[in-house]
Ligand binder design. Sequence first.
Ligand SMILES: [Zn+2]
Length: 310
Amino acid sequence: MLGLEHLPGNDALKVSLRTALHRRFPQAVLLSGPEGCGESDWAHTIAAALLCTGSGEHPCMTCASCRKMAHQTHPDFIVIDEGDSEIKVDTARRIREEAAILPNDGERKVFWIAHADRMNSSAQNALLKVLEEPPRYVFFLLTACQPGALLQTIRSRCTLYQLEPPHTTPIDTPELLEPARIFLSALARGEEYGMLLGANGLAKANKATFQQAMTILCTAVRDAALVSSGCPPLLPALATETRALAGALTTAKLLALYDHFSLLSRRAEVNASAPIQCAVLAAGAYQIGYAPRLDTSTSKLLNKNGGNTI
Ligand SMILES: [Zn+2]
């Protein structure tokens, strides 16, 4: 499960969701987008945000509720996913019955109805009343590739959020591809020297190119974090490396790497010294990936030295 900031694209939607989460989130949401747009990741993240009990931005990824969501053990997140099959009226009735029961853990209960457009009309009619007047603690997330297949009465009870079609990230500077490949494959194998070689190729360029290199690395580790969800990669050119990373590192480490590369990109604004960038890029990434016991993450070192905060 990823935080909102790590989900790809959809910047306008993220703003809308953050605003809604800070105010009064609609109790019935229809999230639609074309096949492969990552609706499952979005549904999980929105549900985690609604159930999160941490402080700051939701989902915080660290509270007990977020940890249960990450481990797929949250008792108040109910998934209805019947795959390619039609969703029938019995399922809709079970949803109604379940919605009448108070949450187990906290103050909210979230139902995610995947492929909601596969509900037949009896199921949709059975769901109408609870969608119209849900108990105060219940939130419904419906995802659908073809929202037009839903009855108008269902659609009118939901707040509609639209997901962008999946798109690949073009690499404007092809000369960065090979060092990025060297860096990422060495990172997947835990070889610091190979990482240094790749970092050298990425860091010797000017500031703008270095920032583009960090965007490529960010996208690659985000692709790796999303590999298991079946989401198509944004950087198909680095698909082999991202799959290797997904097999080698946990999602938490991949996201820490994402933050590391983002921080370096921001620091390039004030510090363009290539040898330092190269060393910090490789050493920091190695430390995040393979030296978890050392409590000296690059981010902390940078902050201590007056750098930016994450
Ligand atoms: Zn949380």
